[in-house]
Ligand binder design. Structure first.
Ligand code: NAD
Length: 506
């Protein structure tokens, strides 16, 4: 294993980069080469306390800013992001490995939330009921929570934090972001951008670290809420711990997304969609399609079309060579690649047929990169762990079913409920599906149904612990606390008089 750089990616505290003194670090790889390109600081308790204390001071300042001044900062951030997003895309590709156009895609989807957040005055204004009782007015205020924690996964180092922090900051909170230690630099770039946009120091803090930093946020009495995205076991732990500590919490977990293909569907559209949604970002997306449920008799035809398309995919370093970008980059680490590979072994030994085998895939000139080839499996038994568990790699499993009902039953009996899609030309069947399927985000002839910023993102069952989804109206509700004010101003002509009874409206 070679190391080309001993640079340490550090924290962002009090509006500046803060070198760590914890003495603890983790390696940051270039997944395309397998080289350690930097180390990331892992916070100790002192640094955790310092970050949270700085955020508390930031909140004191920011929560007093007028709506108009807050909005000016948000617009400035949006403009800077829009102008300079190419820099961020380069950072994402270098540390995550995804192809650069896909990195740009994730930034654009995050930018949508920033744009939504610029319109926050409309979304946090309260309601007013005049003369609710005789001479009494009732109104509601939506106030920020205070210091809020955001903990993000490796697979979207910019977009997932942007699902939360634009909304949280717009609503007047101070954010402490704990990025994934696998690709920590995007968060620092975003912090610098906030500073340029005029955000006061302490309102956006980056705390680099591992479980210690996460537990520090979960256990701090200053931190009012936790927004988490990651794997299901950790999401469940976050939900339970944060709730036990009296915090508001939304914890988004893993997924196993099915595409149900009815026999009347356009199989070329289905094959394109399955390949795009199965192998985009090397399958490291929580909305990736992992299972194609083919309602017979279409499976043989569909498998042929998918295999033909896989044969055309170009796999290589995400940055491309001589301006030519591949379709698919590497996986995040060698450990993860080996885990993905083990699921193909499991499927095969459980009786699945390997149609296209990505195990042992190597890219010329990048032999030490963490590549895994696109893989297509047929007749995967639904009892196999390769079917029931999240693989999070470029592995598409086909399961043949006899009917819509059999397909629906399989989707609904799974433990996850993040995304799903139905492909059909029958509107009645699609409508029935959207009503009957127990999943939070549904595509109808759309393979990756990530909702736009003014709707909210979130799954059902073990894909989301807590009630609040990310962004949209849910986001603003999550990051504000409501007060109801009942007010009476003395009318010179009336007096209340003594009455010890419970207040009644008249
Ligand atoms: P992960 O759960 O390993 O890590 C997520 C975060 O939790 C990281 O910041 C990590 O440092 C922290 N963490 C890891 N172990 C911890 C522990 N024991 N205690 C406390 N904190 C811990 O997830 P990942 O591998 O970075 O990301 C991939 C997972 O995220 C997949 O399961 C994917 O489906 C899921 N994901 C879900 C969504 C969604 O919207 N539902 C979106 C993106 C990713």
């Amino acid at each position: 294993m070679s190391i080309i750089d001993t640079r340490t990616v550090s924290h962002w505290i009090d509006g500046e980069e803060r070198q760590s003194t914890s003495g603890r670090t983790a390696p940051v790889y270039n997944p395309a080469t397998g080289v350690i390109q930097a180390h990331v600081a892992l916070a100790d308790q002192n640094e955790i306390d310092e970050a949270i204390e700085s955020a508390r001071r930031g909140f004191d300042v920011w929560s007093r800013y007028s709506v108009a001044r807050r909005q000016t900062v948000l617009f400035a951030f949006r403009e800077l992001l829009n102008a300079r997003k190419g820099e961020l895309a380069d950072i994402i590709t270098a540390e995550h490995g995804k192809v650069r156009s896909d990195a740009m895609g994730e930034i654009l989807r995050g930018q949508e939330v920033v744009e939504l957040a610029t319109g926050f005055p409309h979304l946090i204004k309260g309601a007013y009921s005049e003369n609710a009782s005789n001479g009494v007015d009732v109104y509601s205020l939506k106030q920020p929570l205070g210091v809020v924690g955001v903990i993000s996964p490796f697979n979207f180092p910019a977009m997932v934090p942007m699902w939360f922090f634009p909304v949280a900051i717009a609503a007047g909170n101070a954010v402490v972001l704990k990025p994934s230690e696998k690709d920590p630099s995007a968060a620092l770039w975003l912090a610098r951008l906030w500073k340029e946009a005029g955000l006061p120091d302490g309102v956006f803090t980056v705390l680099q670290g591992d479980k210690l930093a996460v537990d520090g946020l979960l256990n701090s009495p200053v931190v009012q809420s936790i927004s988490f995205v990651g794997s299901t076991p950790i999401a469940q732990y976050i939900y339970e711990t944060a709730a036990k500590n009296g915090k508001r919490v939304q914890a988004l977990g893993g997924a196993k997304n099915h595409m149900l293909v009815l026999p009347d569907a356009d199989l070329d559209l289905v094959a394109d969609s399955a390949v795009n949604a199965g192998f985009g970002a090397a399958g490291e997306r929580c909305m990736a399609i992992s299972v194609v449920l083919a309602v017979e008799p279409v499976a043989d035809d569909l498998i042929g079309k998918i295999a033909d398309r896989i044969a055309t995919l170009r796999i290589g370093a995400g940055a491309g060579v001589d301006g030519i970008e591949p379709d698919m980059g590497p996986l995040i680490t060698d450990v993860h690649r080996d885990k993905v590979s083990s699921y193909v072994d499991i499927a095969e030994s459980d009786g699945a047929k390997v149609i296209v085998d990505g195990r042992g895939y190597s890219v010329a000139g990048h032999e030490d990169g963490f590549f895994f080839g696109p893989t297509l499996l047929d007749r995967v038994p639904t009892t196999s762990r390769a079917y029931t568990e999240e693989i999070f790699g470029p592995v598409l499993s086909v399961v043949r079913v006899a009917s819509y009902d059999e397909g629906l039953e399989l989707i609904n009996s799974g433990e996850f409920g993040n995304g799903t899609a139905i492909f059909t030309n029958d509107g009645g069947a699609a409508r029935r599906f959207q009503n009957e399927v127990q999943v939070g985000m549904i595509g109808i002839n759309v393979p990756i149904p990530v909702p736009v910023a003014y709707h909210s993102f979130g799954g059902w069952k073990k894909s989301l612990f807590g009630d609040a989804k990310a962004y949209g109206v849910h986001g603003f509700d999550f990051f504000t606390r409501e007060k109801a004010v009942t007010s009476r101003w003395l009318d010179p002509a009336t007096h209340g008089g003594i009455n010890l009874g419970f207040p009644q409206n008249n």
